[in-house]
Design a protein around this ligand. Structure first.
Ligand SMILES: *Cc1c(COP(=O)(O)O)cnc(C)c1O
Length: 361
């Protein structure tokens, strides 16, 4: 049985006309709903204080462990409004499972998966008016997270931890996402090493990637493509998205799990590939293979996959002393087909034959 997150409504919600204005053009990560879900864990007592209340700042002691030792994890998923007004989550159980795995890696207490779902659902219900009526692909982005709140300067797992869920309306993640983005192949930085935290969704992975992102910007690229840290030249992923290649002989190729983040979208794409006429294949790919394949036409398309950006075409790469485009530098047809297929299922326009949708309202 899941624990309830009883609702205390805010007395000061954003007035409806202002909310409507935000929903006109939500952007990404800029606007937040009226409520938040929280629960607290203390060593010896476990989880308690589950609630949904007004969105408000946390009060943290300056020695709170998360501020010093980055004991923190998060998730990202979306709520979609269908044409009949109903509201659905997409594979939230997968996020709940991954959240528990990330918690174990960061020595945080595990939140029971049903309580993760209960917290997410309670917040979406409380903030139902914030779920956009999609004009293209607008949705409500939901951000569950957990951090070490204990006031203590010492390196050990914290004895007090907060779980919370916030949400905000989201439009397309990249302004130029459909036209395709370019990736900077960093030879300075790597994202994860064997035995590290690459497979956990933790803030620290992002903090350590910011310098690489700046490097990408300096070279006129939108995002980073990380190679394996051991110097083998193997493609890993982009900072927030998994990488997929389409080959001329009809394969959908993606690097194997291990040091990369196990994306729900990646898994969805692997499952949908056969429906789009592609044979899914998880195998190591080197940057040299990608460069040669893009040059001789054996690699026809590249795209990135993640909840925020769905499926984003990658049209070009730059690295130290080289640059190349994929195909004709335009988004490919399989990329477009897979993108539509995922969105059609998420927005209820195509039959959910895999049982991925989870109704909230
Ligand atoms: C969240 C994330 C992804 C994408 O995962 P989804 O479950 O598809 O949203 C990919 N890479 C990294 C590093 C991530 O943090």
């Amino acid at each position: 049985m899941a624990t309830d997150f009883p609702l205390t409504r805010t007395t000061r919600p954003l007035p409806a006309p202002e909310r409507a204005r935000v929903l006109e053009s939500p952007g990404f990560g800029r606007h937040f709903t009226d409520h938040m879900a929280t629960a607290t864990w203390t060593d010896g007592h476990g989880w308690h204080g589950h609630r949904v209340g007004p969105l408000e700042p946390f009060s943290l002691h300056p020695s709170a462990a998360v501020l010093h030792y980055a004991q923190e994890i998060f998730e990202g998923l979306k709520a979609y409004r269908h044409a009949d007004g109903s509201v659905w989550l997409f594979r939230p159980e997968a996020n709940a499972r991954r959240f528990a795995r990330s918690a174990r890696r960061l020595a945080l207490p595990e939140l029971p998966e049903e309580d993760f779902l209960a917290g997410v659902e309670a917040l979406v219900r409380a903030d139902e008016p914030w779920v956009p009526v999609p004009r293209s692909e607008e949705s409500l982005y939901v951000r569950p997270f957990m951090f070490a709140s204990e006031a203590f300067l010492g390196v050990r797992p914290a004895a007090e931890v907060v779980f919370s869920v916030i949400a905000g309306p989201a439009g397309p993640y990249f302004a130029n996402g459909l036209a395709g983005v370019t990736l900077w192949v960093s030879s300075t930085y790597s994202r994860a090493a064997k035995g590290g935290t690459g497979a956990a969704k933790c803030g620290g992975n992002y903090a350590s990637g910011l310098a690489a992102q700046l490097e990408a910007r300096e070279h006129g690229c939108d995002q980073v493509l990380y190679l394996d840290s051991a110097g083998g030249g193997f493609l890993e992923e982009s900072g927030t998205m998994n990488l997929c290649l389409v080959t001329a002989d009809g394969h959908l190729v993606t690097p194997p799990l291990g040091t990369i983040l196990e994306g729900v979208t990646r898994d969805t794409i692997l499952a949908l590939a056969p429906e789009c006429g592609l044979v899914p294949q998880e195998r190591p790919v080197t940057i040299d293979e990608l460069r040669a394949g893009a040059a001789d036409g054996t690699v026809t398309e590249v795209f990135a996959a993640g909840t925020a950006a769905v499926v984003t075409p990658i049209v070009g790469f730059k690295g130290d002393g080289y640059a190349f485009t994929v195909g004709d530098g335009e988004p490919g047809k399989h990329t477009a087909a897979l993108r539509s297929r995922v969105l059609d299922i998420q927005f209820g326009r195509a039959k959910d034959t895999h049982g991925w949708l989870h109704r909230v309202l």
